[in-house]
Write a new protein. Structure first.
Length: 387
């Protein structure tokens, strides 16, 4: 894999200068080290990173020492170390570098600083470090670390797309093995993220909206599987309701009693287990309960500059008329698979006010809890009480 660290590139360029000053050609050095033709060029150009013992042998082959190579070499900061994810300061922004398939990808965070990136990474690292205490519930520890890191990131970077922060920063940072205790080095972190990320997103919603909704007499509750099963049995729904198909329960306060009036489906990707949630959601809606979907609407293709277009995407227009929408948009707007959909991806197009839809798509962020999602729940609870 090509070397993408400016520090390593400088080091390899320094080696090339030392070799040329020693009047040793690439071919001569390859013969001395019994290397096939072309290897020294690959090392010097960063196409392949030499191992430490190879680097020392290369230095010996041109009669130089490690001290000769390192003299006056710039020292990278913690944020600049070549890892699964690292940052590079620009004039008015921050470039986040991360591995994306075969690409060394870059995501630019507007109006961001290196110290802010380091703060977010440290929150995640310190949270995951608690795993060394071998807690009973390791998943809870990982979920808490991701939740805190994400909420701090959206607080620090209000101009960034919340979905981009989730997908290009927090997810990639979680998959950096150096952010986890060393004993988890062999853990498949992308698989671990699927569970941890899902639970963390539920926590993010509860913590962002919880206090605001409580003041409106509404509780957004995660609850255990047994807790969900107990309350689902109280609903007047003909179909069998599976507790593991519901992420958050919605309770409204009426005459000092909590009344279950619906559920929230939480998905980072719009397609993630969505087909499992649809039957549950439709059964709830048909029985008069509220059943919205909250999603990061994450979707992009591997590239050097990935774009998180989402799966709900933008509206395609012909003149003043919408002539094509994705099937997933139609699932919401035409078939009302959910009471409403709330996307935290600014690249998602909301349902136009002029469009006649059975259920609307809204775009939110995590800056102010008094937004379309909380307003929808307040309105839904008032309507439920009247029914």
């Amino acid at each position: 894999m090509p070397v993408d660290s400016s520090f390593l590139n400088t080091l390899l360029d320094r080696f090339r200068m030392l070799r040329e000053e020693s009047r040793v050609s690439r071919g001569q050095l390859e013969q001395r080290l019994i290397l096939g033709p072309g290897w020294i060029e690959r090392f010097e150009t960063g196409q392949t990173m030499p191992t430490l013992d190879m680097l020392l042998a290369m230095l010996a082959g041109i009669n130089c020492s490690l001290n000769d190579l390192l003299t006056n070499l710039p020292t990278p900061t913690a944020a600049e170390i070549d890892r699964y994810i690292h940052s590079e300061r620009k004039k008015d922004s921050l470039d986040i570098h991360f591995k994306y398939a075969n690409y060394d990808a870059i995501y630019t965070v507007p109006n961001a600083r290196t110290r802010e990136f380091e703060r977010v990474m440290k929150i995640l690292r310190d949270g995951l470090a608690k795993l060394e205490r071998r807690p009973v519930d390791a998943e809870a520890v990982k979920t808490e670390a991701v939740t805190q890191a994400y909420l701090e990131a959206v607080r620090l970077w209000p101009d960034a797309n919340p979905s981009d922060i989730w997908y290009f920063v927090i997810y990639r940072a979680y998959c950096d093995p150096f952010n986890h205790p060393a004993r988890f080095a062999r853990l498949d972190l992308s698989q671990s993220w699927k569970r941890t990320g899902g639970w963390a997103l539920e926590q993010v919603l509860v913590r962002h909206y919880g206090d605001f909704l409580e003041d409106k007499g509404i509780s957004l509750v995660i609850g255990s599987s047994e807790f969900k099963r107990h309350h689902l049995r109280t609903l007047q729904v003909k179909e069998r309701l599976e507790a593991d198909k519901i992420d958050l329960l919605l309770f409204g306060r009426r005459r000092a009693a909590d009344v279950l009036f619906g559920a929230v489906h939480v998905k980072a990707s719009f397609a993630e287990r969505r087909t499992d949630d649809v039957p549950m959601s439709r059964a709830l809606v048909e029985a008069g309960y509220v059943s919205p979907l909250c999603t990061m609407d994450c979707k992009s293709s591997p590239s050097a500059r990935p774009f998180n277009k989402g799966e709900l995407g933008s509206l395609v227009k012909e003149g003043d008329r919408v002539n094509r929408r994705s099937a997933k948009r139609k699932d919401i707007e035409e078939d009302a698979y959910f009471s409403a959909c709330f996307s935290y991806n600014r690249n998602t197009a909301p349902t136009p006010a002029s469009q006649k839809a059975k259920a609307n798509i809204y775009v939110c962020d995590f800056q102010d809890p008094d937004d379309a999602f909380s307003q929808f729940l307040v309105s839904a609870w008032k309507a439920f009480k009247r029914s």
